[in-house]
Design a protein around this ligand. Structure first.
Ligand SMILES: *Cc1c(COP(=O)(O)O)cnc(C)c1O
Ligand code: SF4
Length: 374
């Protein structure tokens, strides 16, 4: 967790004259995103400018001023820097073997453009392909190749129509891109339409704004929408303890005050968070700000992302380490999303050592065993 000082951004030369009001305005954060090498260089030393230009031309680059202000500019291995800085490995053929642009066939298992219907009771609703930060490890990196745009009202209407006609759908997962980068009016249009479908119980918003632009949740109007359309759950995406700050805490407090639960999905990323201690600290810090860890994912076999993948054992060892050491509230489900759109499967260390018709031998986190009659 990073404790930020008052006006912490003014230490960065580029932001020395930025007032509290500007900095804490989510729209200012998005309007002043850093998207070019020239701006980036003023904040962080860039070693290989040619590589930066070459890669960012293919998979575009962008960050909010807030998110980049959390980086230690003197550390080239900074875990936040590594999530935003283009790396030549993204286009190096060596790292593309076994990787796919759309590993989960989201665009194939799609009854209407923008919707993916993989499980009977839930549907994925991609509202926009725009993000205020482009994470290098994004599982939907294929959308970096498209022009940035939100879907049109007509596209949304076709998506609502499909959901309205399929009563088995109980939950809509609004994702993107980042849906909370949309203006409130558009968000209200989506929430209102989904809320009015009586078989929809849960509207899950998947957004990274809490991580990269917590000021989004200082916006009264958005908070009112969450309160009004009260089927909303927020799922966010913190990957490292350095991303959790005093601003996060304030933002989460605002969200919880609307009756909206906040959960988190983390992706295991090589060289960023693939250690037991980092994940333990992350989960502890999430609990401190009242976010419930939901999933810990094996990094997906997506083109341009493969160099972040860790062996499955790394995740299993982390899960083994967490159990017994950390409150059950802080333990996420470790999961792998299966190729070909087969869905997510949980993966656990094995706690059953022996099993037959009469008894089971269990082990606990300390490797003590006990025989239990069935
Ligand atoms: C991940 C995902 C979901 C949600 O799965 P949960 O296990 O409920 O979090 C739904 N649809 C698609 C297409 C997904 O990729
Ligand atoms: S915010 Fe989410 S959708 Fe956008 S680039 Fe990051 S991981 Fe991908």
């Amino acid at each position: 967790m990073q404790n930020l000082e008052e006006n912490f951004w003014q230490k960065i030369h580029l932001y020395k004259d930025i007032s509290n009001e500007q900095w804490q305005d989510w729209k200012w954060q998005i309007a002043n995103r850093i998207t070019s090498l020239n701006e980036l260089k003023q904040i962080i030393p860039i070693k290989n400018e040619e590589d930066f230009l070459k890669i960012s031309e293919i998979f575009h680059f962008g960050t909010t001023p807030y998110y980049i202000s959390l980086i230690n500019p003197n550390d080239e291995n900074d875990p936040i820097l590594k999530q935003i800085l283009p790396d030549i490995k993204e286009i190096d053929e060596k790292y593309q073997e076994g990787a796919f642009l759309d590993p989960f066939l989201e665009d194939v298992k799609s009854p209407v453009p923008g919707l993916t219907h993989r499980y009977p009771d839930r549907v994925l609703f991609r509202a926009t392909n725009f993000c205020s930060v482009y994470c290098r490890h994004c599982m939907r990196k294929r959308m970096f190749l498209e022009d940035e745009r939100a879907r049109t009202k007509e596209e949304y209407d076709a998506m609502f129509e499909y959901i309205r006609n399929n009563k088995s759908i109980k939950e809509v997962l609004i994702s993107g891109g980042d849906p909370l980068t949309l203006p409130n009016k558009k968000i209200e249009y989506i929430l209102k339409n989904l809320y009015e479908i009586s078989h929809i119980d849960v509207i899950r918003i998947g957004s990274r704004e809490l991580v990269v632009n917590p000021y989004r949740f200082y916006d009264e109007k958005l908070l009112q929408l969450f309160e009004k359309y009260d089927k909303v759950w927020l799922i966010t995406h913190f990957n490292h303890p350095n991303e959790i700050t005093s601003e996060t805490k304030k933002a989460v407090k605002n969200i919880l005050s609307t009756g909206t639960p906040v959960l988190n999905q983390t992706v295991l990323l090589k060289g960023i968070n693939d250690s037991k201690e980092t994940i333990e600290n992350l989960m502890r810090d999430l609990l401190k700000v009242k976010i419930k860890p939901y999933y810990l994912f094996q990094c997906d076999p997506t083109k341009g992302v493969y160099h972040f993948r860790t062996p499955l054992e790394v995740g299993l060892e982390i899960m083994e380490y967490l159990r017994g050491r950390l409150s059950g509230l802080g333990i996420p489900t470790f999961a792998v999303d299966l190729l070909g759109g087969l869905g997510k499967v949980p993966v656990l260390p094995n706690y059953i050592i022996e099993k037959n018709e009469d008894y089971i031998v269990f082990r606990n986190y300390e490797n003590k065993t006990v025989k239990v009659k069935i």
